[in-house]
Design a binder for this molecule. Structure first.
Ligand code: SAH
Length: 241
């Protein structure tokens, strides 16, 4: 469960949306729900929509003002379906999620009213603004859907390392990533074989090696995987000798 990131809903008017937001949070392993001046929300409808995420509803905290709800947070992001004025420079969710995950500070993500979103004054309290990229002519998501997508993206970006280590734990041993040196040697080897086989013309190399670099740099390549690639390269060299 992630307690560093709080979800703040401002003046939500449908209890069902609060229940659905609680469910969205729990599926993505978030639990700190803060409600600013909500409607009456511990209702049968909210519980039905929470669908088992009851404790997030019962443990949620209610605040009189957004200032109070975010007082203990270091970073605060306001969400909005659209930019409202020229000085307002929203960032796309994936970029914001990346900075939240890498900074790892106590953070609040603030969601607005179903009808009117957040006010300019409320947005001014936030030190970052984020939008979920959507259809430019129909960009307003249901509140709980917005909570689902934001928490999913955060989970996806934080969870990546966790999932990798979970896989490693199943495999029984964590595999070391290849060192910079090992990867450079692999590129040199790759280039040699590419030239020997005539695949790469040294007089006209184009961008082949840059493209290989880009490919492997996306992969967080393991030491054992470098060995596989180099083993194949050695076998190719032997067969053409
Ligand atoms: N008419 C309102 C929309 C409110 S939707 C407006 O224009 O602001 C309710 C809340 O869901 C919004 O305040 C915001 O917190 C969130 N939301 C909806 N769509 C979103 C989007 N595309 N990006 C980010 N947040 C969104």
């Amino acid at each position: 469960m992630n307690r560093d990131i709080s979800i703040v809903l401002v003046e939500t008017s449908h209890a069902g949306n609060i229940g659905a937001a609680a469910r969205a949070m729990k599926t993505m392993q978030f639990e700190d729900l803060r409600l600013v001046r909500p409607c009456k929300y511990k209702t049968a409808e909210a519980l039905a929509r929470a669908s088992g995420a009851d404790e997030i509803l019962t443990e949620s905290r209610v605040y009189d003002s957004l200032e109070d709800a975010i007082a203990d947070r270091v970073r605060v992001f306001g969400t909005s379906a659209r930019a409202r004025s020229l000085d307002w420079a929203p960032k796309n969710l994936p970029d914001v999620a990346q900075s939240i995950v890498s900074e790892a500070q106590p953070t609040a993500i603030v969601f607005g009213r179903e009808r009117s979103g957040l006010t300019n004054e409320e947005l001014a309290l936030c030190d970052g603004r984020l939008v979920i990229p959507a259809n430019p002519s129909f960009s307003s998501l249901n509140l709980a859907s917005a909570v689902q997508i934001v928490t999913y993206e955060l989970q996806r970006q934080t969870g990546f390392a966790l999932q990798t280590s979970a896989v490693d734990a199943v495999a029984g041993d964590a595999e070391p990533l290849a060192t910079h040196d090992a990867v450079e040697n692999m590129y040199t080897h790759l280039q040699q074989v590419a030239e020997h086989t005539g695949f790469l013309d040294p007089a006209n190399p184009r961008l082949l090696m840059q493209r290989f670099r880009r490919l492997f740099s996306r992969a967080s390549i393991l030491q054992s995987e470098v060995q596989i690639v180099r083993g194949l390269l050695t076998a190719i060299e032997k067969s053409i000798r």
